[in-house]
Structure formats: C-alpha cells, structure tokens
Design a protein around this ligand. Structure first.
Ligand code: NAP
Length: 306
C-alpha cells in the first residue's frame, strides 16, 4: 500500500522538488498539505497540523519543508501520532533537538529521516568511490552564491537558527562528510555577521583530520556574477573536482555529468527506511555548523538590506 503523506510548509523547496518527487513515485500518495497560506493544490489543505490530525484523513508520514526553527514542534506532534517523519535539511535548529526526535522516533517505532539532498547529487557517490584508498593532500570548498537570487524574501534565513550562509554551506558539508575517508574537525573560523542579522553572510573555515589534511571552506552569500558550488580535492593521483553542488564530477580521466535525481532518490530512500522499520539521522553536517558558531570569531559587517 502507498505511504499516505502530507507535505508541511509549502514554500520553494516543497513546490520545486518534494511535490514533483512524491507525484512521480508510486510508493506515495499525497493526501494533504499543511501551510499557513493555502497552496491551492488538488488535495485538502490545513493551516495547522492539529487540524489535519483531527480531520479523520489517514496519514502515514509527513515531509517537513518549513524553515528549521519551527520543525521540532511539528516533528514532535507527528511522532506522537506515530507518523513517519522526513526532515528537510538542516534537520533542526539545534543538535540536541534532533537527538530528542531520534529518541522519540525509536520509542514510537516509526522512521525519522534526516535528509541531505546534496549527498544524492550525481557526482557524489562516484567521487566517494574514487577517493577511497587514495591519499588526499588538500581539500578546498568554495560555496559562493547570491542570496538575493536564491533566497528572495526568506527572512527566516537571517534569524537565529536560520543559519545564514550555512543554509547552502551545510550542503557542502553534507557532501564532504560523506566522501572524505576520515572524520574532520574545525580548527579556525571567521563568521561575518551583518549588524542587523542573527546569522552570518559569509564565513571562512579551516578544518583538519587525524592525518593533518588541510580542508578549507569559503562561504559567501554576496557573490554576484558566476556562482560556485565547488569542492576541489588534490590527491596523489591528481585532482577531483565536484562542481554545481555535486552534479558534475571531473577526474583526471574525464568529466561526468548525470541527470539530477536528488529528490527522487531521497523519496526512494525514505520509502525503503519505512519498509525496513529503520531511521537515518546523521547530524555530522549540522555539528560542523554548530562548531563554527561555538569556535569561530564573529566579525560585524555592514547591514544586509534585501
Ligand atoms: P521557503 O520558500 O521560505 O518555504 C518555507 C515554507 O514554510 C514557507 O513558504 C511557509 O509557508 C512555511 N512556514 C511555516 N512556518 C514558517 C515560518 N515561521 N517562517 C517562514 N515560513 C514558514 O523556504 P525553502 O527555500 O522552501 O526552504 C525550506 C527548507 O528547505 C529550509 O530548511 C531549506 O534549507 C531547505 N531547502 C531549500 C532549498 C531551496 O532551493 N530553496 C533546497 C533544499 C533545501 P506558509 O507561509 O504557507 O506557512
């Protein structure tokens, strides 16, 4: 039987990716949406999750596509009703709230999936396979995008818990934590905070691992002109480059670019987890962001006016 799913928080990512991925996968039936504004879709809409839960509509799972700051309360309600929960990235506004959700899901016997869509970008798995067993000399992550183009009107991103430039930057961390062979950790960071915001507009971060590998990350939300979502890794066997957020992989032997299947793959994974009675909750990318806030120098910069 199909998983009867409700999408909560119908904004950009829900419309661009979740709804099409659900519609294309016979393992799911979209039964409702929950959002403060009516998304005007063909399924019943509720302004509040309580109203959906009281409606008599049978729901097996919810996909939480709201900003991270309001995700915990919604996830708790869903888990209390023994619904499976798909969390958009980042899985929460704090590490501890995600751990709390994981414990609740285990106790309720339902699936909690902390999704990291960039890990499903076409080049990521082949990059991981190519790196395995190779000697890595240096890693550079350059994630520079124009916030006015990609996040128009998203006030939540600048509020506490919205992550600022780490909202896209955590995607790079989700890839790096997946493809690099050893755990790595932050050694130094500078976060540039607009004086009218609670989250950084740029960040410069240095990490290393137990082998002393230098890993540098350059994040900037003020990029105009060409945008970059690149990871460049030097090895003893030459350079690996993942570009366009992980979808284009360049190796010494050539370039490969495959079709983008990030959200179809995420929904296939969620269905498999539900069928297998399992959860998948990796907080490693969020932990690096938390460490940056814990260990980084804060530098005040000019206010951000959209
Ligand atoms: P968005 O366009 O702002 O959509 C979020 C939706 O959540 C809003 O439209 C809003 O719909 C609902 N919402 C509920 N409570 C809210 C609150 N307190 N403040 C603001 N909105 C609230 O954001 P998005 O770009 O879809 O991002 C949502 C999540 O997906 C973020 O965690 C983001 O990192 C992740 N994500 C985004 C992208 C992307 O390309 N945009 C890609 C991958 C992942 P109502 O007003 O109807 O309630």
């Amino acid at each position: 039987m199909a998983i009867r799913i409700a999408v909560i928080g119908v904004g950009k990512i829900a419309r661009d990716q979740h709804l099409p991925a659900i519609a294309a996968n016979p393992a799911y039936e979209l039964v409702a949406t929950v959002s403060r504004h009516d998304p005007e879709l063909s399924v019943p809409w509720f302004a509040d999750l309580d109203d959906l839960l009281a409606s008599g509509i049978t729901v097996d799972a919810v996909a939480l596509c709201t900003p991270p700051q309001v995700r915990y309360g919604l996830a708790v309600k869903a888990l209390q009703h023994k619904l499976h929960v798909f969390l958009e990235k980042p899985p929460g506004a704090t590490l501890a709230e995600v751990e709390s959700l994981r414990a609740m899901a285990d106790e309720a016997g339902v699936t909690l999936f902390a999704s990291w869509h960039s890990r499903y970008a076409a080049g990521v798995e082949p990059a991981r396979a190519w790196l395995a067993g190779r000697s890595i000399r240096d890693v550079r992550i350059i994630w520079r995008e124009d916030v006015r183009v990609w996040h128009p009107g998203q006030a939540w991103i600048w509020q506490a818990g919205g992550l600022g430039v780490f909202d896209p930057g955590i995607n790079a961390l989700s890839i790096a934590t997946h493809i690099l062979p050893r755990p790595f950790f932050l050694t130094e960071a500078t976060l540039e905070m607009p004086s009218n915001c609670q989250a950084p507009i740029a960040a410069d971060l240095s990490f290393t691992d137990s082998a002393g590998t230098p890993i540098h990350m350059d994040l900037d939300f003020r990029q105009t002109g060409p945008q970059s979502w690149d990871i460049i890794i030097q090895t003893d066997d030459g350079e690996l480059k993942l570009a366009k957020g992980g979808s284009v992989l360049t190796l010494p032997e050539g370039v490969r670019e495959d079709e983008d299947r990030e959200y179809p793959e995420l929904y296939a994974r969620f269905a498999a987890l539900v069928a297998g009675g399992q959860s998948d909750v990796d907080i490693a990318p969020l932990r690096h962001v938390a460490d940056a806030f814990l260990r980084g120098h804060m530098r005040a910069v000019e206010p951000f006016i959209e």
